[in-house]
Design a protein around this ligand. Structure first.
Ligand code: ATP
Ligand code: ATP
Ligand code: MG
Ligand code: MG
Ligand code: MG
Ligand code: MG
Ligand code: MG
Length: 276
């Protein structure tokens, strides 16, 4: 483009390249979903259709953006993990966040009618905010995921008890809040069991654990000669062609959804390719 006297305004743009060789987590969150969920009469405490819609939008986002290796969703939020080696948009934060937020939002709106066939969207339309944070070590990333999953558990236990008091116990929202103020997890489990015969352990795994999305490399790679990541610990040099082949196999793999514990090591031990 020709230089013009106006070109200097570019100098006002601030660099926002994210630290190299770190896991990038982009977390998005629905704006004003407390109101949005009331407007569209989401079932409380957990509307399964709304969670399935969030998951479907996240699967489409992950399918489109290859650098996302893992995603985790609860309530109106989703965390997308980009690989340490990600070079998309030269790792520019704004580019990554806005692309993920708008891709997710576009699919959320497109898929809405599949999950809510009788509810028509109207202004204010669903929108999401987003941020990017870098995590230097695998342990930092795992701690981030554990943080979100613990949040899911704490919120879900609270919400399940709160709505039992309101829906089954006929309490007002204010009285239920009062009743739960200062209670421990064990107290909430006890209220659910003794008053309503609800065993919290039998609640849906999706509600208790949140939704984990990753590429199902093992399934896809059965006929594709997978890398021997089981040999972790024995460092072997990987040729460039092998690395490219592994990457292709990973990106070709379908996205799977699981509702399991990520806090213990087992999840990661069984799926070594996610962080490889
Ligand atoms: P903000 O714009 O600050 O994020 P918010 O109203 O979206 O405000 P959040 O803390 O993000 O507040 O909480 C999201 C709210 O959306 C939950 O508290 C809950 O009321 C509602 N919500 C989201 N998903 C569901 C669902 N699947 N079923 C029922 N309610 C839901
Ligand atoms: P990037 O993803 O890097 O933004 P891009 O292909 O979107 O790549 P831009 O620099 O944003 O590149 O340029 C947008 C291009 O889209 C224009 O160069 C033009 O070719 C096309 N385009 C956008 N709006 C119109 C329009 N109204 N009519 C015709 N072409 C358009
Ligand atoms: Mg928010
Ligand atoms: Mg929100
Ligand atoms: Mg939220
Ligand atoms: Mg463009
Ligand atoms: Mg442009």
């Amino acid at each position: 483009m020709a230089n013009s006297m106006y070109e200097y305004v570019r100098l006002f743009e601030q660099p926002d390249v994210l630290l190299p060789n770190t896991w990038i987590v982009v977390r998005i969150d629905g704006r004003g979903f407390h109101k949005f969920s009331a407007k569209h009469e989401f079932e409380k405490p957990n509307d399964r259709r709304a969670l399935d819609l969030m998951n479907a939008a996240a699967v489409s986002t992950m399918t489109e953006i290859y650098d996302i290796v893992l995603a985790y969703g609860i309530s109106d939020e989703y965390s997308f993990v980009l690989h340490k080696n990600c070079t998309l948009f030269e790792r520019r934060s704004c580019k990554l966040v806005t692309t993920i937020v708008s891709t997710f939002t576009a699919y959320y709106i497109q898929l809405w009618s599949t999950f809510f066939p009788t509810k028509t969207l109207s202004a204010p339309l669903p929108t999401f905010d987003g941020r990017a944070v870098c995590y230097p070590s695998d342990q930092n990333l795992r701690d981030y995921m554990s943080w979100r999953q613990v949040d899911c558990h704490i919120n879900n236990l609270y919400n399940t008890t709160f709505w039992a008091l309101v829906q089954k116990g006929g309490m007002s929202a204010g009285d239920a809040t009062q009743a739960l103020s200062g209670t421990l997890s064990s107290d909430k489990n006890e209220i659910l069991w003794s008053k309503y015969g609800i065993n919290y352990n039998n609640e849906s795994e999706m509600f208790k654990k949140g939704s984990i999305l990753y590429r199902d490399f093992e399934l896809a790679s059965e006929s594709q000669d997978p890398p021997t990541t089981e040999d972790a610990g024995v460092e072997k040099p990987v040729s460039k062609t092998a690395a490219t082949r592994d990457r292709k196999a990973k990106t070709k793999a379908g996205v799977t959804i699981q509702y399991v514990d990520m806090i213990q090591s087992l999840f990661w031990d069984l799926r070594p390719w996610i962080l490889s």
